[in-house]
Every structure is written in structure tokens, then in C-alpha cells.
Design a protein around this ligand. Sequence first.
Ligand code: ASP
Length: 349
Amino acid sequence: MTTDRKEKASLLLIYTGGTIGMKQDPVTQTLRPFDFSQILAEVPELSKFAYRIDSVSFDPIIDSSDIDPEAWKQLVSHIEARYDDYDGFVILHGTDTMAYSASALSFMIEGLTKPVVFTGSQLPIGMPRTDGKENLISAVEIAADKDGCGHARVPEVCICFDNHLYRGNRTNKMSAEEFKAFRSPNLPPLAEAGISIRYNDALIIKPSDWNVKPKFHKDLDTRVSILKIHPGITRQVVRNILCGEETRAVIIETYGSGNAPSAGWFLEIVREAASMGKILLNVTQCLSGAVDMGIYANGKALMDCGVTGGSDITTEAALGKLFYLLGKTAENDKVMSEIIKNLRGEISI
Ligand code: ASP
């Protein structure tokens, strides 16, 4: 669908599904996706912007719990194919896995010069108290915004939700109920929408050359597991996850600043996994803060076994980063040297 107006900026809206475009099934009472053309009809405010807004829709549209790396490749392909035709991209996506998708896309597109803004809602757009309209309108405005030189204000993969714009790979979903569904615990918002949109320019990453087209990476290697440490975790579970034949990397979600049990059997399995060449990345279970394995003996023991510290990276970003890095090379040593680098603003180092 195309809205023809005096041309100021042009945007591509990519609709994947999610609550924003759902409707209650009168029989089962469950929320089901409905046709995208109805979404724009629900937001006539969009026509007040003098933007050209085109849209494409996933077929079928999905609940974001069904998002997978194939869907990420599809999103990247849409952006790659139309990169020169638009000033920005808005992705309508369910909230459940939005932080994973925004993280993955931030790695899959290298050298962005245009905004890629994810948004969605907690209440369907057709409901009277929906947050979907406001989220969509803010996302559209931000995706179209330019600075005095005609460059995109935010050439990053972001999430726009509840009047805040976050760097996508710094977010996680924090509420299944509140309109403030996302947070970015270790990085302030890139922008806040009040009467006007206030950008935090010092934080926004700009390309080194605005004229160079991004690189689009679609080779992902998903042989990554996540081990969440908890009291009472068994040897069998630890061994199955850390030493699994199919696994190239494991994100170990540890306590506090990167601590885990110091039991001999536990450290022995970690050492064994490291000697098998597995990439072991330490990410904290805490809501904010960073891994520093030098603080406690329990953390230091992990480090000595060959575990790499993930600083303040989120699990969502760590997963996308590993899929991307493993997809680039079969050599785990190379991945290990890249995983600790700040590639897309995902980590404070
Ligand atoms: N289950 C929905 C989804 O992620 C939830 C939402 O959109 O808020 O697709």
C-alpha cells in the first residue's frame, strides 16, 4: 500500500505480526493476526506526515514467538533489496522476541546509514486504549528524521516503545503487561519523545562514511546454547549443555558479576568444554551491571577454566552476536577474539 503525499521522506514499513496487528477471535477469544492494510487504516494520523509510506508484509504474519533466523534473513533481505529506495525502515514486530530480532539485525547489517526502527504494542491497535498508535507514530517520525546535513538522525537498529528509543542490542523485554515493555539497563535511551523528540546525539553511532552502502550478512550459525546457572543445577545438565557435540558456543548466564559454583565437578566440566574448543561466554543474570571475573574467587575460577567475560552484553545481544560471528568463520579462535570487541555498540568496554 502506498500513501502518496508531497515527498519529504520515504519509509518502508515491514509488518511481521505481533499484538499490534492482532484481533480477538470471537470464537476462541485468543488474539490472532489480521490483515495489514487494516492497520494503516487504524492510524489515520500517519497521513498527516508528508511521508511516502510503503509497506510489505510477512506471509504468513506471525506471533513473534515463531521468529527464527530465517525470519531475520527475510527482514534483512527486504531491507537490502530496497535500501536505496527509502530513507528509513520501520519493522512492526511482536514484543516477545523483539529484543532478539533487533539484536540480530544490528549484527547482520554492518555500516548502517539509515534507521531501522522496531516497534509493536502491548494492546492491539484496534483497542481504544492501545499503545500501538503512539508507538507506530513515534517510530515513523524517528525513522524519517534527518539532521541539518540531510543525514539520518539515528542510523541504527533501534526499538521505539513507550516514548523511548533504545539501541536494539541493548534491550530486553521487561514487562508482559505494562506499556513500558522494554528497558535498556546499561545504556540510556537514544531519544525520548515528549512534546518534541529529544535525541541523545552523543550516544548515537554514525557511519564513518555516509556514502558507503552497508554490508548485509545472512550466514548465521545457530550452534549456540544458553546455560542458566541456578542452585541445584546438576552435572548432567551442565555436561549436556557445555559439551554437546553440536554446540560451538555457550552463553553461561551467571550470578552477579560473573560468578558460578566452585565445585570441582562443575569446574572440571567447564575446563573440558573449553579444551574441546567451545566458546564459553559469561553473561550476568543481573538486570544491570557487568561481568567482571576478577572480583570474586568463584568468578576467577571460571576465567581460569577458559571462560570469556561478556561485560554488560545482554543475553539477547550475545546470541545474535554469536550467530553472526560463527556464521562468518569456522575458526573458533577468531570468534573468541571478536566476541569481546564492541562491534555495534552492544557492549561497554
Ligand atoms: N505474542 C505477541 C508477539 O510477540 C506479543 C506481543 O506482540 O506483544 O508476537
